[in-house]
Ligand binder design. Structure first.
Ligand code: MG
Length: 243
């Protein structure tokens, strides 16, 4: 009797499992439905739900790190770093984002290594996607264009030449901390450089450290920051989508 019961139970499981496996609706997800977003007419135009941070007409979405008005040069639909004026940051704060940035290093090459077209896109003010003129320019690979500075080299070098407009499309997942400040989930980032995948959902080890190893410190939502590294790097068409 005991064996018959066990056998019956097993039969129910086998038949039940078999039926479930054949029912296609068991694996269908219907809700919630993804929001409809109209893509831009071209790759460089912001989609309908983007926050436009710079469209070439005004620097109003940005300040220097101390909150003062931006002293970078606004000309011909682009903004250009003015040496020693300092980094700039968005007025708005962000966490997980999709970010589009176009940048251009000086057409005239006057330096080398890290001094050639150096700037950077700093996610949440702390995690740098390096900007550098890496077209025939040797430097440490985790400091070249598209590197997560001093951490991860890009998968390939997709850099265009000096004076040419280039793009970064960045998908960024902010780090998560608990109330006591302990890191729960490190930040992750995916980067396309001129449409080419150069960072693939890579783990960020912590904030940029020029010396030594990075170490996470708890923080909340923060700005997108652009670096003044003393080189006249230009920017245009910057937009972001909150994720
Ligand atoms: Mg830099």
């Amino acid at each position: 009797m005991k064996y018959l019961f066990t056998f019956s139970l097993l039969l129910v499981f086998v038949i039940g499992y078999g039926q479930k496996e054949k029912d296609p609706t068991a694996t269908e997800i219907w809700d919630p439905k993804p929001e409809i977003v109209t893509p831009g007419a071209s790759m460089v135009e912001p989609p309908s739900d983007a926050i436009v941070l710079f469209d070439g007409s005004s620097l109003d979405s940005w300040t220097h790190m101390d909150g003062s008005p931006v002293k970078w040069k606004l000309e011909d639909g682009a903004m250009t770093v003015v040496k020693s004026t300092g980094d700039i940051k968005t007025r708005e704060s962000f966490e997980d984002v999709q970010l589009h940035v176009e940048w251009c290093t000086p057409a005239e090459v006057s330096s080398k290594d890290q001094g050639r077209g150096n700037s950077g896109v700093w996610l949440q003010e702390r995690y740098e996607v390096q900007i550098l003129d890496s077209y025939n320019n040797q430097t440490y690979v985790n400091g070249q264009a598209g590197s997560i500075y001093k951490q991860h080299p890009p998968l390939v070098n997709a850099c265009k030449g000096p004076g040419e407009w280039q793009s970064y499309d960045i998908i960024y997942q902010a780090p998560r901390f608990n109330e006591k400040g302990r890191l729960l989930i490190p930040a992750r980032v995916t980067v396309l450089h001129n449409g080419v995948l150069i960072q693939n959902h890579i783990e960020i080890w912590g904030p940029v450290e020029y010396r030594g190893l990075p170490q996470y410190k708890k923080h909340g939502p923060a700005s997108i920051r652009l670096q003044d590294h003393g080189n006249p790097v230009s920017f245009r068409n910057i937009w972001v989508r909150r994720l």
